[in-house]
Write a protein that binds this ligand. Structure first.
Ligand code: E4P
Length: 216
C-alpha cells in the first residue's frame, strides 16, 4: 500500500518525507491556495522534496482547457500527474491526455459507475472521496470495496487512490479491501504511527535503562 500526503505545505511534506515511508503527494486548488505561492513554483518545490507521483489539478471548465493545462503541468516535472474532475469534460480530457502518455488522476469520484468511466478513459489513478461521502451520511468505504472488486473483475490497471481520508480506520479498511493508495492529511499520518502503549513502553524502558550501569 502506498501512502500519499494530501497537502501543498512544504513543512508538512518535509516532516513526513523524513520518515521514509512517503510515496507521493496529492494537491487540489484549495490546498494550493492556502500556500500563497505561484502554482508552478509550489509544485516544483514539492517535486524537489518527494520523488513520487505529485498530483496537480486542472481548473478549466472544458476539455480543451484541461488538456492545455494538463500538458503544461506535465511538462513541469516528470513526476507530475494531472488531475481532472470526474465530469463529462474531465472524462474527455482524461482520454486525450492519457492517450498522449500523460498520467491522469480522475478526482471527485463519488460512485462506482464514475470510477468505471474513469478507468475506461485511461485514468492512471481514480480518487474516490470517502470522507465527503461519510459527511453526507453514506459509508464512504463501501465505495472503495465496490471499486476494488470491479477493477479486479476486469483487470483494470487504474490504481485506486483513496482520498478524503479522515482517520486511521479509513486506512486500515482500505488495506483490507486491497486499495492501492491512501492519501491523507499530516494529522492522520501521525495518528497512524502512534500508539499509547508504544509511548508507555518506551517511557518504561528509558526509566529502567537509567538504572543500568554502562561503560561510557
Ligand atoms: C484528494 O486528492 C483530495 O485532495 C482530498 O483527499 C480531499 O479531501 P477533503 O475532503 O478532506 O478535502
Amino acid at each position: 500500500m502506498k501512502f500519499f500526503l494530501d497537502t501543498a505545505n512544504l513543512d508538512e511534506i518535509r516532516d513526513v518525507a523524513s520518515t521514509g515511508v512517503l510515496d507521493g503527494i496529492t494537491t487540489n486548488p484549495t490546498l494550493i491556495s492556502k500556500e500563497g505561492n505561484v502554482f508552478e513554483d509550489q509544485l516544483l518545490k514539492i517535486c524537489a522534496l518527494v520523488d513520487g507521483p505529485i498530483s496537480a489539478e486542472t481548473v478549466s471548465p472544458d476539455a480543451s482547457g484541461m488538456v492545455e493545462e494538463g500538458r503544461h503541468l506535465a511538462k513541469l516535472h516528470k513526476n507530475i500527474v494531472v488531475k481532472c474532475p470526474m465530469t463529462r469534460e474531465g472524462l474527455k480530457a482524461t482520454k486525450i491526455l492519457s492517450g498522449q502518455g500523460i498520467r491522469v488522476n480522475v478526482t471527485l469520484v463519488f460512485s462506482a459507475p464514475q470510477a468505471i468511466m474513469a478507468a475506461k478513459a485511461g485514468a492512471y489513478f481514480v480518487s474516490p472521496f470517502v470522507g465527503r461521502l461519510d459527511d453526507i451520511g453514506h459509508t464512504g468505504m463501501e465505495l472503495i470495496r465496490d471499486i476494488v472488486t470491479i477493477f479486479n473483475n476486469y483487470d483494470f490497471k487504474t490504481e485506486v487512490l483513496v482520498a478524503s481520508i479522515r482517520n486511521p480506520l479509513h486506512v486500515v479498511q482500505a488495506g483490507l479491501m486491497g486499495a492501492d493508495i491512501c492519501t491523507m492529511p499530516a494529522k492522520v499520518f501521525d495518528q497512524l504511527l502512534k500508539h499509547p502503549l508504544t509511548d508507555k513502553g518506551v517511557d518504561q524502558f528509558m526509566k529502567d535503562w537509567a538504572k543500568v550501569p554502562v561503560i561510557k
